[in-house]
Design a protein around this ligand. Structure first.
Ligand code: MN
Length: 344
């Protein structure tokens, strides 16, 4: 960890602290469709405010747009997170900490509200909007790691629940350390500290929340049945799939898609791929790639999506998932690989 970043996190912490202590109402929010990193960062930040800064619980609210995800119920503090139809009206004029995203549209489907103060901690590449205070580091493993550096690095004692929340985010966004390289290896030191201070055994810990539902597995089988491995134009060999007739809940569909998308980087000779699944009334596309193959963030951005270079997403409205899949394949053939190569 270099000195410049040390100073930056320290400056963030000091300003955040003084603004938070003044604020009447504080909202900690994470992005729509929260993942492990979003939830872990949300819980750890909530505990920082209520326990380290000692702000009364009545003044701090952890919020997320959408439906509660049950798998996180084993985490302490998760029962305090409120899942609302949309955060927009709730946070109006408040002090807001945005986590694991910086653009308003990642947090709300409604028009942006005037805020009292906006702070942001994030590690996504896609250009962010202006916040009063922000620490946005695209090279970082996870928002949870940044939350550690910003709020907990200098603490002698870190409670087990904070260690667990931060490790949830780190394991999630590093794919259990698969995505660690010399560029983001600082996460290993943080993980070491969390494992030590929280007395955590990774496999035991993960088994508590990282499981798949039987229904998801059934839908996963459909995705496997619909999958194709192909060469398209001059693009690296890819695997893709889709499903249209999913009657299952949002979480089940998402879980099945996540299970499937792993294989786009797992099968020998396949370098990347995507999966299209229905979410509410639109089609959601997840894209994944191996280093050195395709920059899927750039591909997703062509369809108003975004994410990370090797893991990104986008959506389609008013078409079936099968049609969305065809649109993507057609685009690949028309556009060509040049300009979308991943360079690490
Ligand atoms: Mn993240």
């Amino acid at each position: 960890m270099d000195e410049a970043l040390l100073n930056e996190t320290k400056a963030f912490r000091e300003e955040f602290r003084s603004e938070a202590l003044k604020a009447e109402k504080i909202f900690v929010v994470c992005h729509i469709g929260p993942d492990d990193d979003a939830i872990g960062s949300l819980l750890a930040s909530y505990f920082y405010l209520t326990e380290k800064l000692g702000i009364e619980e009545s003044r701090v609210k952890a919020l997320c747009t959408g439906k509660r995800i049950e798998r996180y119920s084993v985490f302490e503090g998760y029962d305090k997170v409120e899942f609302v139809r949309d955060i927009a009206k709730h946070v109006e004029k408040g002090f807001v900490l945005f986590l694991d995203g910086s653009l308003w549209k990642r947090f709300s489907g409604e028009e942006k509200q005037g805020l009292g103060f906006s702070a942001c901690i994030d590690h996504h590449e896609t250009e962010g909007e202006e916040h009063d205070l922000s620490i946005i580091k695209p090279g970082f493993s996870s928002t949870a790691e940044l939350v550690y550096h910003v709020f907990f690095r200098e603490e002698e004692n870190i409670s087990k629940k904070v260690c667990e929340a931060l490790l949830l985010g780190i394991l999630g966004d590093t794919g259990n350390f698969s995505y660690v390289s010399r560029h983001n290896k600082s996460v290993l030191r943080v993980a070491e500290t969390l494992i030590e201070k929280g007395d955590i055994h990774i496999q035991e810990f993960e088994a508590k929340y990282n499981f798949v539902m039987e229904e998801s597995f059934r839908l996963f089988r459909k995705l496997v049945a619909n999958s194709r491995i192909e060469n398209k134009g001059n693009w690296p060999r890819l695997m893709y799939s889709y499903v249209d007739d999913a009657k299952e809940d949002f979480d089940v569909v998402k879980e099945a898609a996540q299970m499937f998308i792993r294989y786009t980087r797992k099968i020998k000779g396949v370098h990347w791929g995507f999966v299209v699944t229905p979410r509410n009334s639109h089609c959601s596309v997840s894209l994944r790639a191996l280093p050195g193959s395709v920059n899927v963030r750039k591909v997703a951005e062509e369809f108003s999506g975004g994410g990370h270079d090797l893991a990104a997403g986008c959506g389609f409205d008013d078409v079936s998932c099968s049609e969305a899949k065809d649109l993507l394949l057609k685009w690949l053939e028309d556009t060509g690989y040049e300009g979308y190569r991943h360079r690490s």
